[in-house]
Write a protein that binds this ligand. Sequence first.
Ligand code: PLP
Length: 257
Amino acid sequence: MTTVVLSIAGLDPAGGAGLLADLKTVAACGAHGVGALTATTAQNTVGVKSFHPLPPDVVVAQLAALREDLPIAAAKTGMLATAGVVEAVADWLAANWRGPLVVDPVLVSSSGHLLLEPDAIAILKNKLLPLATVVTPNLPEARELTGLPVETVADMERAARALQAMGARYALVKGGHLTGDATDVLFDGRDLRYFSGERIVIETHGTGCTLSAALATHLGQGQPVTEAVARAKAYVREAMARAVQLGKGKRLLGHLP
Ligand code: PLP
């Protein structure tokens, strides 16, 4: 049976990040992606120009329509834009969702544009993180969510412990912003696991969205979290290796089935 994966995310009309990248990722990982849009952005490969959030009830209406019809196996959240959307999505998930949930705590784009209102961060921490099977911050996001310095692998271990203590079942702190080899740290409340890989030095974006979408897909396909993380990371590495320069800015990831 085809696995259905739900992405709750924003629109990057250029398809580098957000919902479009998620759907391509889910398809390439062998499942069917459905989406609830949280915000549109005016964006191209150079950067984000502005964003326009949807009203929370419009986001919830999309979730309800999908849920009543489709056998959703796993879900992820990406850009949630406003405190109202974070709260509505968290409340809806708490009432309606028991399957695997990947929370990608999108705060700022790599081009420097704020993608989540500052007053939404507390709600994300208090209401959404406790619902997460896996939370997947990069270093700046881990810093913002924990209030800890996160610059070294030892810092990442502390941040992963803090995020897991906030209620996520697993915390995956991603080391793409580390100098040297990129190491990710996964903590499940007991054991720390490390995923190391050689850094691929290319100007691309949407890697965080892509990782969380691939991870949700593999969880929906029934894989254990550690295996799903390893496979999602392998997918991102492959998509980075196949990235294409189509616009004037960053390369677009090469999603292939
Ligand atoms: N636009 C949307 C809609 C996103 O969801 C995201 C990230 O999640 C971004 C832009 C930023 O992506 P990046 O930081 O990879 O440029």
